[in-house]
Design a binder for this molecule. Structure first.
Ligand SMILES: Cc1ncc(COP(=O)(O)O)c(C=O)c1O
Length: 362
């Protein structure tokens, strides 16, 4: 019998699979560790867990048996209130991930190029390939900035989409405004992924009012601790938003996620306090890490820290930490193979992480 995967699209057969992180309970089982011992610092989630107000609101939900509103009327209003824009400029999706996919589906014809700058969030390249586009990734400078001079030299003939990320995952630095302005002046849609906006408090949202080719993406997975419920949103011109609304799956944001999102937005001080705590723990951890001679620590405007490991293979540190139940992110790519990325956890989680790292390195 011929294997059935010969019927898969050529683009799918040829693409390498996306390598997401392994769930902590499965890692615990594989390593024979109690699940409570696992410290999850690998996906930039909110380490304080779901807000009690959200759990309570979910318990009181009455309409889980009814489909969600495909027009997202309440959802778009709530997000527009938070982002200070008009609801017709908002589209919500099953995480920012879905909105990246919708942007590609809306814009790309087979073989069309998408521009981005490496290292960055690896899902972009995956989704572009899935949508039969060509992902063209240009290298960042040694400090991970994007050179305006080099950006100007990129041939944009036939390019419809440029993907930028601010703060950039995994490097933690902000996008240079001059680079964004340069691309906005071209005949392309510019997607700026601000998944970590709440930690940097730096945004290009103001530009959406005057630029109908700017698409800002954000998520409730990080600061708002809803990664498991999957909800993100885009802010863009009403014209671009109407294109998104035309093609998005009708019921992609579920009723529970909608309740959770609206509850988060009614409890902003709870999250503002957590962001302040995370920033303080991040700065403390960064200082501690800077004391290690074998590490080069990169400044971060986000809730994760990128470290280059000198003299020892980064993958060894990653594996040895994992054996102790401490999960950090390692990327087996040419550009990042000597790095690990550590999400900022609670103060006590970071203290345990640093203790183990000290034992491993010294
Ligand atoms: C830069 C960036 N964009 C988007 C996402 C995906 O967000 P969501 O959980 O909303 O799909 C992530 C998740 O790690 C991310 O780091």
């Amino acid at each position: 019998m011929k294997p059935i995967d010969r019927l898969f699209c050529k683009s799918v057969r040829e693409m390498s699979p996306y390598s997401p992180i392994e769930p902590p309970d499965q890692i615990a089982r594989r390593l024979n560790l109690p699940e409570e011992q696992v410290i999850k610092l690998d996906a930039n989630e909110n380490p304080f867990g779901t807000a009690p107000e959200v759990l309570e609101a979910l318990r009181n939900g009455r309409y889980y048996h009814i489909y969600p509103d495909p027009a997202q009327v309440h959802l778009r209003q709530a997000i527009a209130g938070y982002a200070d824009c008009s609801p017709d400029m908002v589209v919500a999706g099953t995480g920012a991930d879905e909105l990246i996919d919708i942007a590609c589906r809306l814009l790309l014809e087979t073989g069309e190029k998408v521009i981005s700058f490496a290292p960055t969030f690896s899902y972009y390249g995956h989704v572009v390939a899935l949508n039969k586009g060509r992902f063209c990734s240009y290298p960042r400078e040694s400090d991970f900035s994007i050179s305006l001079e080099k950006a100007r030299q990129i041939d944009l003939t036939g390019v419809k989409l440029v993907i930028l990320c601010s703060p950039n995952n995994p490097t933690g630095n902000l996008l240079e405004e001059a680079v964004l302005d340069y691309f906005l002046d071209q005949d392309v849609v510019v997607l700026v992924d601000e998944a970590y906006y709440e930690f940097s408090q730096s945004s290009f949202l103001d530009k959406v009012k005057n630029r109908d080719n700017l698409l800002i993406l954000r998520t409730f997975s990080k600061c708002f601790a809803l990664a498991g419920l999957r909800v993100g949103y885009g802010i863009m011109s009403a014209t671009l938003a109407s294109g998104f609304m035309r093609i998005k799956p009708p019921f992609s944001v579920n009723v529970a996620a909608e309740i959770a999102l609206e509850t988060c937005l009614s409890n902003l001080p709870h999250f503002q306090k957590q962001v302040a705590d995370i920033q303080q723990i991040r700065d403390w951890t960064q200082k501690e890490l800077s004391g290690f001679q074998q590490l080069r620590v990169w400044p971060s405007q986000s809730n994760f820290i990128l470290c280059q490991v000198l003299d020892i293979p980064a993958v060894t540190i990653y594996e040895k930490l994992q054996q102790k139940g401490i999960l950090v992110r390692y990327f087996a790519t040419d550009l990042l193979q000597s790095f690990i990325r550590i999400s900022v956890g609670t103060q006590s989680q970071m203290a345990v992480f640093l203790d183990h790292l000290r034992q491993l390195i010294h």
